[in-house]
Ligand binder design. Structure first.
Ligand code: 5GP
Length: 120
């Protein structure tokens, strides 16, 4: 997998507003927030997309959700709630090819994300 901007953030080659770090994961604020709270939780292991996960990565991806909840509790918005999203490839809106969990919070969020009427 080719290196992305997130590898540079993991290696502290470029700055980020880091909220949490351990041996497996890193969480930092999104540079272009889409909600009052918007941060990303990424594995240190570079995995390009969800399609590139192996079964061995299951616990790692589960851990990203634990980190999201841990930060939510620490920052006091766990009870109000939040949304986690992992975009995959072009139709999913993925722009950085190193998997990342978006965590959005701070106000009631709209749903569904797809507003156009489906032709069925
Ligand atoms: P995607 O579109 O791949 O699901 O999400 C990529 C996210 O990474 C976007 O929300 C974008 O704002 C964020 N992002 C891209 N480059 C940087 C960066 O250099 N620093 C930070 N903190 N976030 C970034």
């Amino acid at each position: 997998m080719s290196e992305t901007i997130f590898t540079k953030i993991i290696n502290k080659e470029i700055p980020a507003d880091i909220l949490y770090e351990d041996d497996e994961a890193l969480a930092f604020k999104d540079i272009n927030p889409q909600a009052p709270v918007h941060f990303l939780v990424i594995p240190k292991k570079p995995i390009a997309t969800i399609n590139d996960m192996t079964k061995e990565d299951n616990a790692l991806v589960g851990h990203l959700h634990w980190v999201a909840s841990h930060i939510a509790k620490e920052q006091g918005f766990a009870q109000d709630g939040f949304r986690t999203v992992m975009n995959c490839n072009e139709h999913g809106g993925q722009t950085v090819y190193h998997i990342h969990l978006h965590v959005l919070a701070g106000k009631p969020l709209g749903w569904p994300p797809y507003q156009e009427k489906l032709k069925v």
